[in-house]
Write a new protein. Structure first.
Length: 139
């Protein structure tokens, strides 16, 4: 049987002051001896996972040391992004390496997208319950 955990959708206000219900999940990101707990948006339409600049700095990353440039699109296209790999822990799951497009923008949420969050985890959404379930993929 797969190890799985269920989470509820989270109600938040958007930039227009409207209330929206979205699939946010608590994640502990770690790089070296530094850790930060964040609420990350599960975005099935995002090609890559995105990490705002200030969180990368908080994890000890140095912008000039990250040489792999990652193109972003949509609302984030105006900002430069570089590849950054950190460890991520969700609930009781073992930590996994997560690849992020670390953007110079700070107004982006932490986004968990296809590269590589959905390569590590299966996610089932239950819209009638406003919940989702995360399962670690078999390796």
């Amino acid at each position: 049987m797969l190890n799985s955990q269920r989470f509820s959708f989270t109600e938040r206000g958007n930039s227009l002051g409207q209330s929206v219900i979205m699939p946010y999940v608590p994640v502990v990101l770690t790089s070296g001896s530094r850790s930060v707990e964040v609420m990350a948006l599960l975005d099935t339409g995002a090609s890559v996972s995105v990490l705002p600049y200030e969180l990368g700095v908080e994890l000890g990353a140095v912008w000039a040391d990250q040489t792999v440039k990652i193109p972003l699109s949509g609302n984030l296209a105006q900002g430069e992004a570089r590849g950054l790999i950190v460890s991520g822990s969700i609930g009781s799951f073992s930590p996994v390496l997560l690849a992020f497009a670390w953007t110079q923008l700070n107004d982006s949420p932490v986004i968990l997208g296809h590269m590589n969050f959905f390569s590590e985890f299966n996610v089932c959404f239950y819209s009638h319950e406003l919940a989702f379930e995360i399962c670690l993929r078999d390796r």
